[in-house]
Design a protein around this ligand. Structure first.
Ligand code: DGI
Ligand code: FE
Ligand code: FE
Ligand code: FE
Length: 187
């Protein structure tokens, strides 16, 4: 599919503010890819599509996960996690993406996972630090991201895990595994 058509179709799936976030993730993912030696076109492609399913009604997301046997364990965790799996499915089935690395970057863009590829880390971090994000601590993680992709993703995961703990929420096991894996990778 032509890039511009893809952009128009993804944009039609979400409110304007979420599209602006997506543009921020695209630009940030390209910068990070250039900084850390990944293909910026693959980074941009994953960024364009990463939140494509974010605004689907949760019942529709849940049915798609059940009907296609996608990581059903996620249905017992926060609904915010569901759109990563639905998004990867939509990218493959409806947008014809065949690059497995791009699909994985979409599939784990919220939770992360142990042994994330460089592309997965780039999309995960771009989603966290794109210019529209303004939560406390984001500038520090932007600064870490100038030096180390792994340390920045780890700091982001720590932020998310702390946020979930503060809200009394459970943590999806892939997120804990992502953090453990990064600590092992860094030392
Ligand atoms: O879709 P976005 O808002 O751009 O960002 P995202 O896909 O990274 O979603 C982040 C939200 O997911 C954030 O508010 C925290 C929430 N969340 C709920 N449970 C978990 C989780 N995030 C992670 N990493 N792990 C969880 O277990
Ligand atoms: Fe998302
Ligand atoms: Fe994220
Ligand atoms: Fe996002």
């Amino acid at each position: 599919m032509d890039r511009q058509l893809m952009i128009e179709r993804v944009r039609a799936e979400m409110p304007e503010r979420r599209w602006i976030h997506t543009e921020g993730v695209m630009a940030t993912a390209i910068l990070l890819a250039e900084r850390y030696g990944e293909d910026p076109r693959r980074a941009e492609l994953a960024a364009i599509l990463h939140d494509v399913a974010k605004y689907w009604p949760t019942e529709r997301q849940g049915s798609l996960i059940r009907d296609n046997g996608l990581s059903e364990d996620v249905l017992g965790y926060d609904k915010e996690l569901w759109h990563q799996f639905v998004g990867a499915w939509v990218a493959e089935q409806e947008f014809g993406i065949t690059d497995a690395g791009v699909l994985d970057a979409i599939r784990y863009h919220t939770s992360g996972r142990r042994g994330m590829s460089k592309l997965e880390k780039i999309v995960w971090l771009a989603d966290y630090i794109e210019p529209g994000r303004s939560f406390p601590g984001v500038d520090e993680i932007r600064a870490i991201g100038e030096e180390s992709l792994e340390k920045a993703v780890l700091a982001g995961l720590d932020g998310t895990i702390g946020f979930l703990i503060a809200k009394g929420k459970r943590i999806y096991p892939l997120t804990l595994e992502a953090r453990n894996g990064l600590i092992e990778e860094i030392r």
